[in-house]
Ligand binder design. Sequence first.
Ligand code: 5GP
Length: 189
Amino acid sequence: MKKRGLLIIMSGPSGVGKGTIREELMKQTDLNLFYSVSMTTRSMRPGEQDGREYYFVSREEFDRNIESGNLLEWAEFVGNRYGTPKDKVEKMRNEGKNVLLEIEVNGTAKVLEKVNGDDVLSIFILPPSLEVLENRIRGRGTETEEVIKNRVNRARQELAYKKQYKYAVINDDLATAVNEVAGIIRSKM
Ligand code: 5GP
């Protein structure tokens, strides 16, 4: 029988570079990762594709998924809803894949209430400083000033949740951060 895959939760404030770290991790095929694509009600950013970054759905469709019990967890983030489809996570872990969730702090708390143990890894990605973080959120140039301000505030609050994670990795240099995260995953495989 195949060994059941790990559940890897990666969080960190907006702009910290989680998405880039995830892309680099996915290239390392020996990590045997499956990225769990979330559902969201936020609108698509330029360059994003439905089903790749997210399943982009209406608020009504999202709420139907909550009611049907299809989500492992969900949370509200700066005016939108985000959630993890449950079935895929189970199926892929049973097939031996290490499933990677990239979710925010409240969703993480809900997942950790339901599933925990040695095969659940929670990793928090930290910015070198808040100033660096704000510059990165601004530099992305995809959000309005109001959304940027909300995301920076939210980032400040999220940093306080570091302690609910087993591991913390600082993303100062991308390659170093990716190596650290990959090392954590390998040590548990
Ligand atoms: P963004 O709009 O920048 O893509 O994502 C905003 C935040 O929502 C990020 O912190 C991201 O990790 C989080 N997020 C993405 N998908 C999910 C999900 O399925 N559940 C939860 N709780 N958070 C999510």
